[in-house]
Design a protein around this ligand. Structure first.
Ligand SMILES: *Cc1c(COP(=O)(O)O)cnc(C)c1O
Length: 494
């Protein structure tokens, strides 16, 4: 199967090339030329399989230049017992007959980014072989917390790759900083940047576009690449768990094969909920896709009015991985819903770059309404959902709480009784301070000490990798000014 750009359909390439490039040269996102279809027989065939086997089968439909044997091997590496703390990998937790929670945080960094970032490095490393690339890929990441650690964990030890992560010095939680600075592996590096996330991100972008640096690195045998969620190699592994959740519910007698299921997804860059859309487009019986945002409600407004407007205040919230005003992956949805109209998509994206705003056609507005329902939840609503669900016996993190709250709103407003899965994207232990406060406790201490406090109060097990942080040796202690980031890169890639 070939891949093409959302901004120019004449640009065509194999999957391996698309994974290696990450982004098309015209700025568009690389997207499959057709969406493979599955029927009930295919789904029934997945039901008895393990997660790893399901992943190989589903990804194989899209990655026709990779063998199924290869994909199975990657899935065993990515989702095996060394990495994931449950053999189910992405278990579905049932709250009541029509309400289920898909837990995507059982991987090594306790956030859902692991689902894709355990797989992408292997897809990339194979892509280098398949395309005859001899240079080493150096992944540069600017992170606000979750992505950096998950990317380091995924790329650690992967041949022909190196990874360097920049995080804002005072912009990540104590647990997140400890996770990154203790990372093992010979091919990893991490550096704090004096400033905020935008400073780190701007620095990385500058290095990417600096021709002199690029040339120097090329002479040393490197090329720069990115592990951002616009890479198809990050979206595809996420399609798998929507089909897998459906199959689990059928296997456990909680859903009839063919019955519709809604998904409610806490959304930032629109990657996770885009994967749910692809699962639906493949033929999985999905009803509504419920898009949950925090106070940064740009997507809620867009899904309700058809106007995307980034000209608004940026709010820092207790669900930081969803604090985002430009949801890059929305571009793939617009492309598909417009009937793969690359000119139309290009016009919207030009308007977004120019005026920070665009309004979609009436046809697109109707298509969006049919597929999606958008809602948001403020800080008080997030805390209230944590408290409410904890009383019912389920402890959740701040991002998951946004999804739960918006799912409840959707049900109240529409009366829709379709069984629904809401997606849980992080362990509550990654955000101990807010979770403790929400359930009526006063956080005592900072960072890793709060793990014990939350465990003492709730009895919920602490993910073993987070518990192990306490005794871990700090390996990295590098800090740079924004202007010094180039030097850090050149030093790292000696
Ligand atoms: C990245 C992230 C999200 C948002 O996912 P997108 O694919 O960017 O929409 C939600 N929750 C957590 C915990 C995350 O790390």
């Amino acid at each position: 199967m070939k891949y093409y750009s959302t901004r120019d359909k004449s640009v065509r390439m194999e999957a391996a090339e698309a994974v290696k490039m990450g982004l098309s040269r015209d700025g568009g996102l690389l997207t499959p030329c057709e969406i493979p279809q599955v029927d009930e027989d295919f789904l029934a065939g997945l039901v008895p399989l393990r997660y790893q086997e399901r992943a190989a089968k589903v990804m194989g439909l899209y990655l026709t230049d990779y063998t199924e044997e290869e994909l199975l091997r990657f899935a065993e590496n990515a989702y095996g017992p060394e990495k994931f703390d449950t053999p189910a990998v992405a278990p579905v937790h049932t709250l009541d007959a029509a309400t289920h929670c898909l837990e995507l945080w059982h991987g090594p960094t306790s956030a859902f980014k692991d689902m894709a970032l355990q797989m992408l490095p292997q897809l990339l490393s194979a892509a280098l072989r398949k395309t005859g690339e001899h240079k080493t890929a150096c992944i540069l990441v600017a992170t606000s917390g979750d992505t950096g650690k998950a990317a380091m964990e995924g790329f650690a030890g992967v041949p022909q790759t190196k990874i360097l992560v920049f995080y804002p010095k005072d912009g990540v939680s104590a647990v997140q900083e400890a996770q990154m600075t203790t990372q093992e592996g010979d091919n990893v590096g991490v550096c704090a940047v004096v400033g905020n996330f935008d400073d780190a991100q701007a620095g990385v972008k500058r290095i990417f576009s600096d021709e002199t640096t690029r040339k120097t690195l090329e002479d040393r045998g490197y090329f720069l690449s990115s592990a951002n969620s616009i890479n198809w190699g990050r979206i595809l592994p996420q399609v798998v768990y929507y089909l897998s959740a459906y199959c689990d519910l059928v296997r456990d007698g909680k859903l009839r094969m063919g019955e519709k299921l809604n998904f409610c997804v806490p959304t930032g860059n629109f990657g996770d909920i885009l994967a749910a859309y692809y699962a639906k487009r493949m033929g999985l019986p999905v009803g509504k896709l419920i898009c949950a945002s925090n106070r940064n409600d740009v997507l809620t407004e867009f899904l309700r009015t058809g106007v995307y407007d980034r000209n608004r205040p940026f709010h820092t919230t207790m669900s930081p991985s969803m604090d985002i005003l430009v949801s890059s992956n929305l571009e793939r949805l617009l492309f598909d819903l417009s009937g793969e109209n690359d000119a139309e998509v290009r016009a919207y994206m030009d308007a977004l770059a120019g005026e920070g705003r665009y309004e979609v056609s009436d046809g697109l507005k109707a298509a969006l309404k049919e597929q999606y329902w958008g809602g948001f939840c403020d800080e008080a609503g997030t805390s209230a959902a944590i408290a409410d669900y904890y009383k019912k016996g389920y402890l959740m993190d701040t991002h998951t709480a946004v999804a739960a709250s918006v799912m409840d709103q959707y049900r109240r407003e529409t009366g829709d009784r379709t069984p629904t899965v809401f997606v849980s994207t992080a362990s509550p232990y990654k955000f101990c301070d807010h979770v403790l406060a929400a359930i009526g406790e006063t956080p005592a201490g900072d960072g890793v000490e709060l793990l014990d406090q939350l465990h003492g109060v709730t009895g919920v097990p602490v993910p073993r990798r987070l518990a192990a942080l306490k005794g871990k040796r700090r390996r990295f202690d590098l800090t740079a000014e924004k202007a010094g980031m180039d030097g850090v890169v050149l030093d790292f890639l000696k």
